[in-house]
Structures are given as structure tokens and as C-alpha cells.
Design a protein around this ligand. Structure first.
Ligand SMILES: [Zn+2]
Length: 85
């Protein structure tokens, strides 16, 4: 589990969607599980995803598959967490 400070630092210095998956997954898990900073960072991440979606939509004029991927990723994370319990 990464620390709140690491999440805040990463989000302050980078856009969520520009981070490599191996940095995003622990951040995503932390944001989902952490009561302290989860609410705030979930908003930041959603907002940044929204920006990405808009940019892609604008560029391609197409539906953004990132939302489907993120749903799938959410399920995978849930599964992974269940297995550890
Ligand atoms: Zn936290």
C-alpha cells in the first residue's frame, strides 16, 4: 500500500492518465480504499480522465474506450483484493 503523500505528489506532478499502469494501479487501489484522501483524489482522477476523454473525443470524434477499460480494471482490482483476503 502506497502512502497518501505519494498519491498526492504523483497527482500534483503528473496527470493520472499519463502515468504508467504500474503506477496507476497502486494509486487507484489507494484512492478506492483510503477514506482520508480517497474522496478528493477520486475527484481529481475523474476530472483528469474526463479531460483525457474530451481530448480523445475531440481528436478522433469517436467513443473513448478508456471508460470500458477502467471498468474492467476496477473489476480486476476487486478480484485481486478478494483473493488476498
Ligand atoms: Zn490516502
Amino acid at each position: 500500500m502506497i502512502a497518501c503523500k505519494q498519491v498526492a505528489k504523483a497527482l500534483a506532478e503528473h496527470r493520472y492518465y499519463e502515468l504508467p499502469w504500474w503506477r496507476r494501479i497502486p494509486m487507484f487501489v489507494h484512492i478506492r480504499l483510503c477514506v482520508m484522501c480517497g474522496k478528493y483524489h477520486a475527484q481529481v482522477v475523474d476530472m483528469q480522465k474526463g479531460v483525457k476523454n474530451y481530448l480523445e473525443h475531440e481528436e478522433a470524434g469517436d467513443v473513448d474506450p478508456a471508460y470500458h477499460l477502467s471498468d474492467e480494471a476496477k473489476e480486476r482490482i476487486k478480484e485481486a483484493l478478494r483473493e488476498k483476503e
